[in-house]
Design a protein around this ligand. Structure first.
Ligand SMILES: [Zn+2]
Length: 101
């Protein structure tokens, strides 16, 4: 019988951290690389962000951008992709890209 070892989460976070050190990636790309759902990627990213802060590093977030009018979501605190553009109301949003600096 298989069971999930408690270190699983830690292993996933280490993996994601490694991918991020290789360059800017979207949550979608990270989900493929780590083999976990996109919504779980955000949970891990929030955790990684705190860990990095303690280590004197930072999670760099390239702001999401509206594909329709080019609006950039610069003031955004949350990591998740916004639903709609506040300027043109388009839902064609290019998600944020993450890297480690
Ligand atoms: Zn727009």
């Amino acid at each position: 019988m298989e069971y999930e070892p408690p270190q699983r989460e830690e292993t996933i976070r280490k993996g994601i951290t490694g991918f991020l050190e290789g360059g800017p990636l979207s949550a979608k790309e990270l989900s493929k690389l780590a083999g976990i759902p996109e919504k779980e990627v955000y949970t891990h990213l929030e955790h990684i962000q705190r860990t990095l802060k303690n280590a004197g590093k930072a999670l760099n977030v390239l702001p999401p951008k509206c594909k329709h009018c080019g609006f950039e979501f610069r003031k955004r605190e949350r990591l998740k992709k916004p639903g709609r553009c506040p300027v043109c109301r388009s839902s064609h949003i290019e998600g944020p890209l993450f890297s480690i600096g």
